[in-house]
Design a protein around this ligand. Sequence first.
Ligand SMILES: [Zn+2]
Length: 332
Amino acid sequence: MPLTPRARLRPLSLVLLGTALVATGCGSGDDGGAGGGDADLTVVAGFYPLEYATQRVAGDTGAVEVVGLTSPGVDPHDLELTPRQVGTVQSADLVVLSGGMQAALDDAATSQAAEHTLDVNDVVDLASTGDVEHGGEDHGDHAEDDHAGKDDHEGHDHGGVDPHFWLDPDRYSAAVGAIADELAGLDPDHAEDYRANATAFQEELAALDEELAAGLADCRIDTVVTTHTAFGYLTDRYGLHQVGITGVSPDSEPSPARMAEITHVVQDAGVDTIYSEVLLGGDLAQVIADETGTEVLVLDPVEGITDASAGSDYLEVMRSNLEALRQGQDCS
Ligand SMILES: [Zn+2]
């Protein structure tokens, strides 16, 4: 359901504001302590990696309720918000999003939560997608600061910026630090906990980064053919080269010409593995694989965790991605 008309949101938000005031009676004052059931802060996170990072920073303080807007198994690029979720965005203490990733949330945050939104893109160094997938050398200077993100047309215009920063543990780590800063500012009583939890998680990310660097240091095949173009930060960081079948949003249908082009890339680069995704199904990857006599492995963009995921959290799925890449790229 479209959320665009403002006139529609306004009465709703007044009602919600009213009930929120009645329900919480203005939370300052009573520090319910850990485990009292009701958290001090409600933080809304746009999609899984933001949700997981916020949970890790909150740790076991019991002070933060983290609300993920994107259900497991739903493509976060396609997020649509129910009126109730818009209300949650409005009444939250903090909304954590990545501008350009989820247009519906960008809109709701701009109109309902402008004064309590953290856009992690403010601290994460996002790169232009350029035309990575068209075989040009894209290493070089990216136009970093063209923040076209604010006025997304409908559909999935990423303003030419690749939103998948969490697939690079170093960029993800920067977002974790920003989330900790925000929580510390909102809840000074637990500031030290938030910073300590963030540091511990950042150390785990640094360890993951080292494993990826070591595991992908010596690969026979450096072209990584993926379904949706989500892995540019990861491949750039570890000396590989991504060719995506669809764009940065998975729902753009590739043309027959594009499919033919990919087939040629696969043959020319000696690729013998095409990567599919859990959430997308393997269809496109399978078509290319059948055409080229290659095999299909799963590479997970960690946009959500489901029973089908190869791990129960970000770190586990990233390690299974490492294994898939080591096998598919023939790394020693
Ligand atoms: Zn994506």
